[in-house]
Design a binder for this molecule. Structure first.
Ligand code: PLP
Length: 395
């Protein structure tokens, strides 16, 4: 018999059965009106999830990394300057990608565990009197450290500096799980991937693009072909796609947005917050702390748990996989071994999270970590029973 536990990596996430079925469809002619009928609701749905008032949605056969590349290659030219804070593995990788594309990255080095430094961003923009900074890059949810940054705060810092740079936001591990406000925050490009909040397999980069970023395309000289927004938009206008689309994933995306909206986006965000809070109560009961430097920074999609002195987080992840068949996330880069990560996003319930916490505790006990079996689970149980939404109680 083949049985499977839910996963607790911070993406790819657990998939609802109906999303899997929506992806599993017969071949259609992607140059036929059938494709247009399937594509339009996905594009319209992404606009609603991102809260876009204007601009365009681009859906590429790629992943979040491709989304980063599409964002910069469509809007910037070799030698352009972008401003980015580095405070974790994913903010680092986006910076690295920009550098490999011949961009000049003004980096604000920030301790891992902190979020985007608003005052330093404002100061850097104020100092840029010649306007050489073309874009500010921001990682909304740093998946490596479990830190959520204040994107609205970055917009206010940009406005306070009176700077006209574009704002590009990596929402790969936040969009669809945590509130996102493209219009309200004045975002110029938002990047998401299919395999996190949208609960799909990996394979799509999903972008929201503002009119300002679309205008930047006209003068941007970085090379692009596969990711060219212009090709995409002119094909979309005719109800088509410039090459062969990932039809099954696009059908799945439309369905997954239907599920998110049936639950209600605010309810989805509240569920993620409540599940995350239960995990944080468990972490506290284990005598540990999240790696994020302060509660205001706690992510509702992933918790990086700081492990006790002398313990190695990677040991726990390996044991969970080999002995109990359960997946947690390892620490990446400079926090390798110092943390293990519990992903709590996508299709998840209280009961699923409790199973993950229970297995994490068994691993800790097996490894001789100073943790009492049941302590974290009990703390999360108390939180979940005390905060169960009315609908769940009635069901
Ligand atoms: N950005 C963030 C915040 C991520 O968590 C990830 C992947 O986990 C990426 C970007 C890269 O996305 P992908 O692995 O889909 O290329």
């Amino acid at each position: 018999m083949s049985v499977q536990n839910p996963v607790f990596i911070p993406g790819p996430t657990n998939m609802p059965e109906s999303v899997r079925k929506a992806c599993d469809m017969p071949t259609i002619d992607h140059r036929s009106p059938t494709f247009a009928r399937l594509f339009k609701p996905a594009v319209a749905g992404v606009k609603r999830v991102l809260k876009m008032a204007e601009g365009e949605v681009i859906i590429l056969p790629s992943t979040g990394t491709g989304g980063w590349e599409a964002a910069v290659s469509n809007t910037l030219s070799p030698g352009d300057t972008v401003l980015a804070a580095r405070f974790g593995m994913f903010s680092h990788r986006w910076i690295d990608l920009c550098q490999r594309h011949g961009l000049n990255v003004e980096i604000i080095e920030t301790p891992w565990g902190e979020g985007a430094p608003l005052a330093a961003i404002e100061a850097a923009l104020k100092a840029d009197t010649s306007g050489k900074i073309k874009a500010v890059l921001a990682t909304h949810n740093e998946t490596a450290t479990g830190v959520r940054s204040d994107i609205g705060g970055i917009r206010r810092a940009m406005d306070a500096a009176g700077h006209g740079a574009m704002l590009f936001v990596d929402g790969v591990s936040s969009i669809g799980s945590m509130p996102f406000d493209f219009a309200g925050w004045g975002v110029d490009i938002a990047v998401a991937g299919s395999q996190k909040g949208f609960m799909l397999p990996a394979g799509l980069a999903i972008l929201g693009v503002s009119p300002k970023a679309i205008a930047a395309m006209e003068t941007a000289k970085l090379p692009r072909t596969f990711f060219d927004f212009k090709d995409m938009l002119s094909s979309y206008a005719r109800g088509g796609y410039p090459y062969t689309p990932a039809v099954g994933l696009i059908a799945g995306l439309a369905h997954s947005i239907e599920l998110l909206e049936d639950e209600g986006l605010e309810a989805v965000y509240a569920r993620h917050h409540r599940l995350a809070e239960g995990v944080r109560r468990a972490v506290a009961a284990w005598g540990m702390t999240p790696f994020a430097a302060s509660p205001a920074l706690y992510s509702d999609t992933v918790t990086a748990v700081k492990v006790p002195e002398g313990c190695n987080g990677t040991d726990l992840v390996q044991l969970a996989a080999t002995k109990y068949g359960m997946a947690f996330g390892v620490g990446l880069g400079e926090v390798a071994g110092k943390v293990f990560r519990i992903g709590h996003l996508g299709m998840l319930t209280d009961a699923m999270v409790l199973s993950g916490l229970a297995v994490a505790e068994m691993c800790m006990a097996d490894l001789g970590w100073p943790v009492k079996l049941g302590s974290g689970v009990a703390a999360a149980q108390e939180h979940y029973r005390g905060t169960a939404p009315a609908m769940a109680l009635a069901a």
